[in-house]
Write a protein that binds this ligand. Structure first.
Ligand code: NAD
Ligand code: AKB
Length: 317
């Protein structure tokens, strides 16, 4: 039976993943953790075990893993791309030293480790269209540097110590439960809130900038399905390209207009986040994930838009 520790559980992915894991594996088998308690997450915190864990403190991670007999760590604690450019030192500390602590505890306590990488692990010299699984990775952001180094470190722990490490390269994730934590793809979440509230949105990402994206229910499947995949079938382990759609702001606005015809989009491009987006792929080739563990997303752009607007309408009242 799995005993799972989720770090960064109150973030965009963790707040939904914890609920899904508790449904699949049982409430008491999923230990949610965060650096601090955050307002608005009371329901999640009360729905099963919750611990305060800062992943930069290896001893604390170790104590919680031992206390709950954890055998699987899903490490979601991180600093994302835009915040990482503002605070590069903190980004390195949490994304690298934090990951190192998690892997060391996993080695000592015999745990599986799941850590998401990102499309940020690619850079301006990566082939931008249908980006291959195995290709040039020379990212130019601190977040991207930590993501590619993290992929390598996880591979190393598998090859050198036999730690069962797994992960995907997530594209921008779109969800309605918890707002994103300071990334470049966040515009594709904010646009839905503003579409419902104001019927217009000002995008910080430019008109023709295409990036890969995915709706959260598919992202949760990507975590559980790869975690449960037969290891004998995995050629790659820690950095599977996965994608569900690729769009630019105009294409997203066109999808929203099918539901809210009066919706308007204009632009006030943020040079920092635009520069980051310009170094990321336009679209990924996710055939390795499809072949090795059956990756098959359910939501395309219009299906996601309909569900997002329906669910947000209820949430915003
Ligand atoms: P998020 O920013 O929403 O959540 C991260 C959480 O980690 C936050 O609640 C934060 O308080 C917590 N945290 C920060 N430092 C910590 C520390 N030292 N110890 C413990 N907790 C700490 O991020 P997310 O979107 O949920 O992302 C989770 C993972 O998925 C990250 O590794 C991220 O790089 C990756 N990812 C996310 C996306 C996306 O679009 N959301 C895309 C690609 C990859
Ligand atoms: C970000 O924009 O930083 C994240 C990501 C794609 O890793 N959403």
């Amino acid at each position: 039976m799995r005993k799972i520790l989720v770090t960064g559980a109150l973030g965009q992915i963790g707040s939904e993943l914890t609920t899904e894991l508790r449904r699949v594996y049982g409430e008491n088998n999923v230990i949610a953790s965060g650096r601090r308690i955050k307002e608005g997450h009371e329901k999640l915190i009360e729905s099963g075990p919750f611990e305060i864990v800062d992943i930069t403190k290896g001893k604390d991670v170790s104590e919680i893993v031992k206390k709950h007999n954890v055998n699987t760590i899903i490490n979601l604690a991180a600093i994302l791309s835009a915040v990482g450019e503002k605070y590069p030192e903190q980004c390195w500390d949490i994304n690298m030293n934090g990951l190192y602590n998690i892997l060391e505890v996993a080695r000592e306590e015999n745990c599986m480790v799941y850590t998401p990488s990102s499309i940020a692990a690619f850079g301006p010299t990566t082939p931008p269209d249908n980006t291959p699984q195995d290709t040039i990775q020379r990212p130019t952001t601190m977040y991207g540097v930590t993501k590619v180094a993290g992929e390598l470190l996880c591979d190393y722990y598998f090859k050198r110590f036999g730690v069962d490490t797994r992960g995907v390269r997530f594209p921008g994730l779109i969800s309605y439960e918890t707002l994103p934590g300071g990334g470049t793809t966040d515009y594709a979440v904010h646009i839905y809130y503003d579409a419902l509230k104001n019927k217009k949105y000002t995008s910080f990402i430019g008109k023709d900038t295409k990036m890969d994206m995915m709706y959260m229910p598919d992202a949760l499947d990507a975590i559980v399905d790869l975690m449960e995949a037969d290891p004998a079938k995995l050629i790659h382990r820690n950095a599977f390209n996965v994608t569900a759609m690729s769009f630019d702001p105009e294409m997203l606005a066109a999808s929203i207009k099918k539901v809210i015809p009066e919706f308007e989009l204009d632009y006030e491009v943020d040079p920092v986040r635009q520069a980051i987006a310009d170094t990321w792929p336009n679209s990924l080739d996710d055939s390795a994930a499809r072949e090795e563990w059956g990756w098959n997303p359910k939501y395309d752009l219009d299906a996601m838009t309909k569900d997002m607007l329906d669910k947000l309408k209820i949430k915003l009242g």
